[in-house]
Design a protein around this ligand. Structure first.
Ligand SMILES: Cc1cc2nc3c(=O)[nH]c(=O)nc-3n(C[C@H](O)[C@H](O)[C@H](O)COP(=O)(O)OP(=O)(O)OC[C@H]3O[C@@H](n4cnc5c(N)ncnc54)[C@H](O)[C@@H]3O)c2cc1C
Length: 300
């Protein structure tokens, strides 16, 4: 096998992907993990994990560092900062993963452990300001807005923690909730039943334009940061082509179980495990399935 070929490629170095990788390598198979960001996944920013059996408390960062070390010391190659942009089944037991740096890797099977992703506001200009004022993680990026005016928008998972985290750094902090009947509090910092109608800035974000849900009121607020918490959705775009007719077998898969028979495994949060212990267990369980699959194709 050349350097760009491995028995198994795992996409996503969150707890599911790293747990799967460590166990696949421990069973004697070569394995490469591709991660678009930093290793660790969503748990990496958590200050204290307190619900993992057998561990009193540990930061998400420390937990992720241990997982990464365990995987690497078993011989797993972890490529961070490389997003997988497409996944193609090129033959029986053969997949190609194309990365955003123009390189490609191939393998006999693939594990998708890409988790969930933040839902965006739907504003066309949002992507222009992403990383230039718009963020989806107060715990990760709040520090960059120390003592600067910021707004937090949404209703989704993590909203309350983000409000608390921003209260320590950003001043003033505006809270905008898109649902409910329009109301604004006396201090002018909390808007319920308002939505963001537009983002403004010359390169970096400098203001948000709000509109009440009844469209009767409009307001412009000058902020340097906007934290979006509109919920999460499955990061499953690489999977979608495989849920239609397969180019090799000409069959339409009915479930993830069908996909696993062709060497494509889905693990962790993407496979509907939720808590950390569940996603780690999902990764370990996937490793067992991958190993059986690889042994089966080796025997022919
Ligand atoms: C703030 C916060 C606190 C939490 N605290 C707890 C807690 O205390 N206890 C608990 O049990 N659970 C907690 N959770 C939940 C826990 O983080 C998740 O259950 C877990 O991270 C899911 O793991 P995963 O590996 O399936 O996915 P993720 O952690 O989402 O990892 C997926 C990885 O895939 C990468 N990826 C996605 N698409 C691509 C692509 N195309 N190419 C390359 N890489 C890609 C992503 O960058 C990411 O690193 C918390 C979650 C958050 C957000």
């Amino acid at each position: 096998m050349d350097a760009s070929t491995t028995e198994c490629i795992i996409i996503g170095a969150g707890p599911a992907g790293l747990s799967a990788a460590m166990q696949i390598a421990a069973r004697g198979h070569s394995c490469t993990v591709i991660e678009g960001n930093v290793s660790g996944g969503h748990i990496v920013v958590t200050a204290a994990i307190m619900d993992y059996p057998g561990i009193e408390t540990i930061s998400g960062y420390a937990f992720s560092a241990i997982l990464l070390k365990q995987a690497q010391s078993n011989g797993v190659a972890v490529k961070t900062g490389h997003k997988a942009i497409s996944l193609i089944r090129t033959g029986q037991n053969r997949y190609t993963v194309n990365l955003d740096d123009g390189t490609a890797l191939s393998s006999q099977c693939v594990v998708l452990a890409t988790g969930l992703r933040s839902v965006n506001t739907g504003l066309p200009e949002e992507s222009d300001f992403s990383g230039r004022g718009v963020s989806y993680c107060a715990e990760c990026d709040g520090f960059f807005f120390k003592n600067k005016p910021v707004a937090i928008y949404g209703k989704g998972d993590g909203f309350a923690e983000a409000v608390e985290s921003l209260s320590l750094i950003g001043k003033p902090t505006y809270h905008v909730y898109p649902s409910g009947s329009p109301s604004a509090d006396a201090t002018g910092s909390t808007f319920e039943g308002w939505r963001i109608a537009a983002l403004e800035g010359d390169g970096n974000l400098s203001a948000i334009h709000l509109e009440s849900n009844d469209r009767k009121q409009k307001r412009k607020i000058e902020v340097e940061g906007l934290f979006v918490y509109m919920g999460k959705e499955p990061a499953d775009e690489l999977l979608k082509p495989f849920l239609t007719t397969d180019a090799v077998t000409n069959m339409r898969p009915l479930s993830y179980h069908d996909l696993a028979r062709t060497g494509l495994f889905v693990s962790g949060h993407l496979a509907e495990a939720e808590t950390l212990i569940e996603v780690c267990a999902s990764g370990v369980s996937t490793a067992g399935q991958v190993s059986k699959y690889l042994q089966k194709i080796e025997k022919g």
